[in-house]
Design a protein around this ligand. Sequence first.
Ligand SMILES: NC(=O)c1ccc[n+]([C@@H]2O[C@H](COP(=O)([O-])OP(=O)(O)OC[C@H]3O[C@@H](n4cnc5c(N)ncnc54)[C@H](OP(=O)(O)O)[C@@H]3O)[C@@H](O)[C@H]2O)c1
Length: 195
Amino acid sequence: MTGASAGIGAEFARQVAARGSDVVLVAQRLDRLKRLAGELGPAYGITATPVAMDLATPGVGAALDAALTVRGLTVTSLIDNAGFGTNAAFHREDSQRLADEIAVNVTSLVDLSRAFIERLRTHGRGVLVNVASVAAYQPTPTMAVYGATKAFVLSFTEAVWYESRNTGLRVMALSPGATETEFFDVAGAQARRRH
Ligand SMILES: NC(=O)c1ccc[n+]([C@@H]2O[C@H](COP(=O)([O-])OP(=O)(O)OC[C@H]3O[C@@H](n4cnc5c(N)ncnc54)[C@H](OP(=O)(O)O)[C@@H]3O)[C@@H](O)[C@H]2O)c1
């Protein structure tokens, strides 16, 4: 579960743990991940493992794989939820921030999916959930890059769903509408009206 330190990801983790599954919580803010792990373990009798990782960096699939192997953990489902938006006219956007947005929303999602999908297919009873957005379905002026990253997630996930249809692995894109999380603190309040 990526992006488990806040918002939709933290709630996903609660719901998965409540169904009796162990969870691996990935995000940058380790203090929050530890707090959530400390809540979920005793509440649901599962093991919650926090892993601090910056998903804007290259090679996150191999890095997470290595971090889990060291801990003796096996992945049977993957929820790629981490992501953020930027909100400004494109010509005013910061280039590095855009690169990070694409790295987190797209590159890390593809890399993590690729790192684990063969094992997910072999296991055959898990899920691969990639979090897109309603922003995936049309261009989003002033959130041009964000909408494009989510269109990528939707297209990519539907293709992988098709490729996986005869395996036990269920693949789905989740496209939330505007949801009250820290997303708008990160993207800016103006994004709320357009999201
Ligand atoms: N809220 C909405 O209205 C809405 C609507 C449609 C889709 N979505 C999508 O839903 C997903 C979750 O968003 P949210 O609304 O829950 O927002 P949020 O409350 O801001 O949570 C975003 C999560 O992504 C993680 N993240 C961001 N950058 C990261 C990085 N470089 N490395 C690792 N983790 C990173 C954050 O953790 P750290 O900061 O600790 O790293 C946090 O856990 C996103 O993909 C978003 O695009 C949201």
